[in-house]
Design a protein around this ligand. Sequence first.
Ligand SMILES: C[S@@+](CC[C@H](N)C(=O)[O-])C[C@H]1O[C@@H](n2cnc3c(N)ncnc32)[C@H](O)[C@@H]1O
Length: 171
Amino acid sequence: MVELGPGTGKLAARLLAERLQPEARYLGLDVSPGMVALASERLAPWGGRAEVRRVDGSLPLPVADGSCDRFLALWVLDLLDDELSAGVLAEAARTLEPGGLLCVAGLARGPGGVARLVSDAWEALCRFRPSLVGGCRPRELALPASFELRHRRLVTSWGITSEVTVAARLP
Ligand SMILES: C[S@@+](CC[C@H](N)C(=O)[O-])C[C@H]1O[C@@H](n2cnc3c(N)ncnc32)[C@H](O)[C@@H]1O
């Protein structure tokens, strides 16, 4: 499993502890040295099965073609510009084995009511003062043709909407 932008490694620890097979291996790639240190410390109990590496934000990612069965990017693509975000999805297609699953979560446009007001305000804020919202903004995921959509759901919590997408790498 490869995760782009694992942050503190909280999800990875939970997956390793509760979900993944004993032989599964995890690789996290993050641009922040602080996050790499925190995630590495959190994942230390899994020894050689879990590794977190610092990347410089450029592509390609240091992952071999077709070498992983899961590729996660959670609340990361909404930080990147459109070109880099499309590049990351192309990298997910390159590194996933056929049938492997991509999971992306990120800020999305609210479906209506308060959620829509919040996402519109967020977008406006990000246009004028990106630093106030950490540079992330609601966006629509453009899934490349090399994936088949398996699951897409909007989740709104405290007025903030995220979209969760799961897609399979076509052979
Ligand atoms: C908003 S945090 C999300 C962390 C984690 N995925 C979560 O859901 O809690 C974004 C993370 O992505 C990392 N990041 C930002 N741009 C990146 C890039 N181009 N490549 C890899 N990691 C990146 C940040 O350092 C940070 O750890």
